[in-house]
Write a protein that binds this ligand. Sequence first.
Ligand code: A3P
Length: 293
Amino acid sequence: MDDTDTYLLRFKGYYFERSLVDTDLLENLEDFEIRDDDVFIITYPKSGTIWTQQILSLIYFEGHRNKSENVETLTRAPFIEYNVRRVDFSKRASPRIFCSHIPYYLAPKGLKNKKAKIVYVYRNPKDVLISYYYFTNLVVSLQATENVEQFMKRFLDGKVVGSLWFDHIRGWYEHKHDFNILFMKYEDMKKDLRSSVLKLCSFLEKELSEEVLDVVVRQATFQNMKSDPQANYDDILKDEIGTRTDDGHFLRKGTVGDWKYHLTVEQNERFDRVFQRNMKDFPLKFTWDINEE
Ligand code: A3P
């Protein structure tokens, strides 16, 4: 058993976080009972999961918008594959929001009736890589690396939670006709959060007044989430997940193009070659820099 096996659990060709996962639960994932009004946020790690959890729970729950209910976002939009708190999801009131990093082929069968909705959020993989590098070094349950080079090798080998980024996004995109799915780009959300929230509302068939829309947008900005204990996961990191240092956060920088400050020219070119090989005929376009479009 190498070190990777201490941290990762491979199930049907996909890597889960070993310390959080329960194989019985994985065995039963395809029979997870889906309601027509369920909403799933699906992402590859570090692509904007928390952000979308926050936006969706603000759209759906007044108690989250006016802060009258003191429930963190993770509880409002829990992971189906990492049900660490052993919540009985069948007892939750509708509409239920869930999130997940699973690949398309492990999705609950009930999602294929195309009634329940899926929001798939994707981000340019160089920023995913850097965000993930910091995160794996922060969290005790993930394998730390000494430098970006070491992590980049692991990322491009798919030996991380979420497996290979290319397979994840390709899988969901190429099977999009099997699901009721909306693809949202992290960089578009960053560029124009209001339009992105409106796009989400239209897909979710939720009509919000202008005032409510303003509240959602305001509470979903990076700065506001970072200082909001319900949204920033700081307590979860400290009390449940465990960190190697005290100064790390889920909400680290929240920018587009941070990879430019971390990858060498050679690493960037190597990344581009692998990207071209895997994604050259892929229809979705990625934004590598905020000034690009
Ligand atoms: P960085 O590490 O680049 O800062 P996930 O939730 O999928 O783990 O993704 C985490 C990444 O999303 C982190 O990226 C985090 O800062 C970023 N993020 C979270 N909330 C955000 C927000 N409101 N605006 C922009 N980025 C956000």
